[in-house]
Write a protein that binds this ligand. Structure first.
Ligand code: FNR
Length: 388
């Protein structure tokens, strides 16, 4: 029994020491097209690589001789305390990595003392996530051409205790993710000789495949629709005419905080604030949309300068280490969001893997803050870093 436990997905995930190891475990645990859907990015994946590399161009200036015996990761996000400055990013079709999908992520985020964000494209319903976890939750909206569906989603989010609306603005059209094209990745996954050969018949995953009802977005009424590429489905359903007027409209209709996700320019950030946004996520969607876009950490300083304290700033795209979080906080973010770190976690071991992802980053962040001489994460500022 001890051996079985040791080599169970949970046992293996518990032994991962880094997000990179969790990624390697996820890669071995799910079929290639499913791993590539999470790990891949647009076109040449230049921006995805830049997201990681740009953190190396930010250097830390550790402060000496401060008492770091009590490291404190707590901060407030939109007026409520979180235990650590890390928020679960919205990810679509999370249930492909593991049947528990967004429920697993929500439970892990709650246990870590932080917020989860449920995507419009989630594999679990808004109701299921609300039922499964009492933690703080936000709803991420893609504006669909069917505005009746948008109204319905907003009403369901309100009714189920989603406190903030996260409007993602960087999917005007679907990004072209060539790994998905090459793999013939489609939603729901098609069973064919090709997909079988790719490992949809993967031993751990195939058992789930038969039982797994989480192969299509659960909140959009797509169940039973024909298998299609994700890009085709997105381009059919999403509204490419969305402009500032829609932000103004959503701001006036949504009673809670509004967060705009996918802001990369200081002028846009300024305009979001003027439209009443409470917070912004500086993000290039993990390099999955416009390849060639700047790394989000490169875009952060100018946006922080333009926004000042008029809105909260969060950053995502490329967070893999505690030191990445230190750098983002020092350059003006109040918190970071993590996408792939959690996708690797649940691909490796469902909720236990997602918990491991939070655990790894929490532990790294504590050591990094102590060594940087900033025991309170919330005290980090520009004097702690320089940008090469
Ligand atoms: C995403 N992301 C995303 N964003 C969003 O607003 N709605 C969504 O449905 C999705 N779906 C999604 C699926 C997958 C598999 C990934 C990897 C990402 C983007 C996500 O919220 C976040 O911006 C990035 O993941 C951040 O980059 P890292 O942490 O993955 O490097």
């Amino acid at each position: 029994a001890r051996t079985r436990e040791r080599f169970s997905p949970e046992g293996r995930a518990a032994r991962c020491r880094t997000i990179a190891e969790l990624r390697a475990l996820a890669k071995r645990s799910v079929p290639k097209p499913i791993f590539d859907y999470a790990d891949g990015a647009a076109w040449d994946e230049v921006t995805a690589r830049r997201n990681l590399a740009a953190f190396e161009d930010v250097t830390l200036h550790p402060k000496a001789l401060t008492d770091v015996s009590a490291v404190d990761l707590r901060t407030t996000i939109l007026g409520g305390e979180v235990a650590l400055p890390i928020i679960a990013a919205p990810t679509g079709l999370t249930g492909l990595q593991h049947p528990d999908g967004e429920v697993a992520i929500a439970r892990a985020a709650h246990r870590a003392g932080t917020i989860t964000t449920v995507s419009t494209m989630a594999s679990c319903t808004l109701e299921e996530v609300a039922e499964a976890s009492a933690g703080r939750r936000w709803f991420q909206l893609y504006v669909m051409s069917d505005r009746g569906l948008v109204d319905e989603l907003l009403a369901r989010a309100t009714d189920n205790g989603y406190e903030a609306l996260v409007l993602t603005v960087d999917v005007q059209v679907a990004g072209v993710r060539e790994r998905d094209v090459r793999n013939g990745f489609s939603v729901p996954p098609r069973i064919s000789l090709r997909t079988l050969a790719q490992g949809v018949a993967h031993p751990r995953w195939s058992a789930g495949f038969v039982a797994n009802p989480r192969m299509v977005p659960a909140n959009l009424g797509w169940e039973g629709s024909a298998s299609a590429t994700l890009a085709a489905s997105v381009n059919k359903a999403f509204d490419p005419t969305v402009t500032w007027d829609d932000l103004a409209d959503l701001r006036s209709r949504w009673k809670g905080p509004v967060i705009v996700k996918g802001v990369m320019r200081a002028d846009d950030a300024q305009r979001c604030v003027e439209h009443g946004a409470d917070a912004l996520v500086v993000s290039n969607h993990g390099g999955r949309q416009l390849d060639g876009a700047a790394a989000s950490i490169e875009a952060l300083p100018a946006i922080a300068d333009a926004v000042g304290d008029r809105a909260e700033l969060y950053l995502d795209s490329g967070i893999r280490r505690g030191t990445d979080i230190v750098k983002a906080l020092a350059l003006g973010a109040r918190a970071v969001m993590i996408g792939r770190a959690l996708m690797y976690g649940i691909g490796a071991a469902g909720e236990a893997g997602a918990r491991r992802a939070f655990g790894i980053l929490d532990a790294e962040l504590r050591v990094a803050l102590a060594l940087a001489g900033y025991p309170r994460a919330a005290d980090l500022g520009m004097d702690a870093v320089s940008v090469r």
